[in-house]
Design a protein around this ligand. Structure first.
Ligand code: NZQ
Ligand code: ZN
Length: 391
């Protein structure tokens, strides 16, 4: 296990009706005027918006609101948010929604405190040194942004989707009521499941040795996610299964499953090109890319994939043919993604094989010509992974 520092100051408030505590939480964190940020309106349809406002009013917390964060959130709304937030002198940013609303809110929180263009953070021209505090009411377990350091934004005119991060962006609090996820379309639930599993794979598929506790935590989380996801397909209002998925989504990406080991993130890089070019749902892109990445890198460390197959995907042990076991694991993963309603090929996800050169162009801009730590990859490897995801 490598040395590590792990800092996760977020207060998680989990369970039924917890959104009614939002005003009190804001007051506890000293908020006077809140910048309320949300997505395309699902929170109004479900009545959550009204409950949040009621909760703010109860504590006399003033607010200004800006909705409209769209899936794969864009820079234009972040600029608008920064301007409004400054003009209104808000001292706290509250995101209500999924990863997109949260990421947009985080970018606004950092941008407000920065004199230059907020995109500098995503261009590696500046690092985040100050930010307004952020709070979250989560409606979609997926991106894990409610507990993560990260924000991912798309610069529309250049078609670039990039992430940046800072401990300053870790939410002060995150309210997670699993009942709020009953209204999710099955597609979003499934995409969320793929995303959180992918956050675990990006940490688990690592060359670092002797991280047995984290390995086992990763495997237990994967098993729990798949079990709960299968229940939700049949019973969308099963509270325990929704609760499992909600908490799994958070711990999959707040860093605890990555401590002491080298993390990967290559497949996320490959996926961001898909969501940038096609405005694809992040989890759907990962569903087609991760099995391809795994098959491509299998030879790099068969033992690692053997462990994954046997411990997480229930493939029986066979020490005489570990490669076959590992491959069976990848096959089962693909079958699981399909079972919950995710696409199997890039074309099914809405991409075109002839666009692979375009994907490689932006990939080079974002990642350079070489990337990856588990297996060093170049653009030719990336092309082959994209092509495998088309088959
Ligand atoms: O916008 P509204 O109207 O709210 O509808 C949303 C949106 O259409 C809807 N939705 C959310 N909660 C709902 C609901 N509909 C009904 N009932 C509810 N309870 O679901 C749709 C998708 O929402 P979105 O926020 O886009 O999804 P998700 O949470 O998957 O976030 C995806 C974004 O997060 C980024 C992704 O790249 C993508 O841009 N990521 C962020 C990360 C981070 N900050 O740490 C890490 C991830 O790897 C990921 O890259
Ligand atoms: Zn992700």
């Amino acid at each position: 296990m490598e040395n590590f520092k792990f800092y996760s100051p977020t207060q998680f408030v989990f369970g039924k009706d917890t959104e009614r505590e939002t005003g009190e939480l804001l007051a506890n964190f000293g908020a006077k005027k809140v910048f309320l940020h949300y997505g395309g309106g699902s929170i109004k349809k479900t009545g959550l918006y009204d409950r949040i406002i009621e909760s703010l009013n109860k504590r006399d917390i003033d607010y200004v609101e800006l909705g409209g964060a769209k899936p794969n959130p864009v820079d234009s709304l972040v600029y608008e948010g920064i301007e409004l937030c400054r003009k209104e002198r808000c001292d706290f940013v509250l995101a209500v929604g999924g990863g997109s609303a949260i990421d947009s809110a985080k970018a606004i929180a950092a941008g407000v405190k920065y004199d230059g263009d907020f995109w500098d953070f995503f261009d590696n021209k500046a690092s985040i040194e100050d930010a307004l505090p952020v709070g979250v009411v989560l409606t979609l377990p997926a991106a894990g942004s409610e507990g993560s350091v990260a924000t991912v934004i798309t610069k529309e005119d250049e078609g670039l989707k990039r992430g940046t991060g800072s401990d300053l962006l870790r939410p002060k609090f995150a309210v997670i009521n699993p009942e709020l996820t009953y209204t999710l379309p099955a597609w979003q639930t499934a995409a969320g499941v793929v995303d959180m599993m992918s956050h675990i794979f990006e940490r688990y598929i690592s060359k670092t040795e002797d991280v047995i506790l984290t390995d086992r935590l990763c495997e237990a989380t994967l098993v729990s996610i798949m079990e709960a996801a299968r229940t939700i397909v049949k019973e969308p209002e099963n509270y325990e299964a929704r609760a499992t998925i909600c908490w799994a989504g958070t711990i999959a990406h707040n860093g605890i499953l990555g401590v002491g080991r080298q993390e990967e993130w290559t497949t996320h890089g490959l996926e961001h090109e898909l969501s940038a070019l096609y405005d694809m749902t992040h989890g759907a892109g990962l569903a087609v890319l991760f099995p391809a990445y795994m098959a491509y890198t299998l030879g790099e460390d068969v033992e690692r994939y053997y462990r994954l197959a046997t411990k997480a995907f229930g493939v029986p042990e066979n020490h005489y043919d570990k490669r076959a076991v590992a491959l069976e694991g990848i096959k089962r993963l693909k079958e699981f993604f399909s079972e919950v309603g995710m696409p199997i090929t890039m074309q099914e996800a809405g991409a075109k094989k002839e666009d692979v050169p375009k994907l490689l162009q932006t990939l080079e801009k974002n990642q350079g010509r070489e990337f990856g730590s588990f297996m060093k990859l170049n653009l030719e490897d990336a092309r082959r992974i994209y092509e495998m995801a088309c088959e």
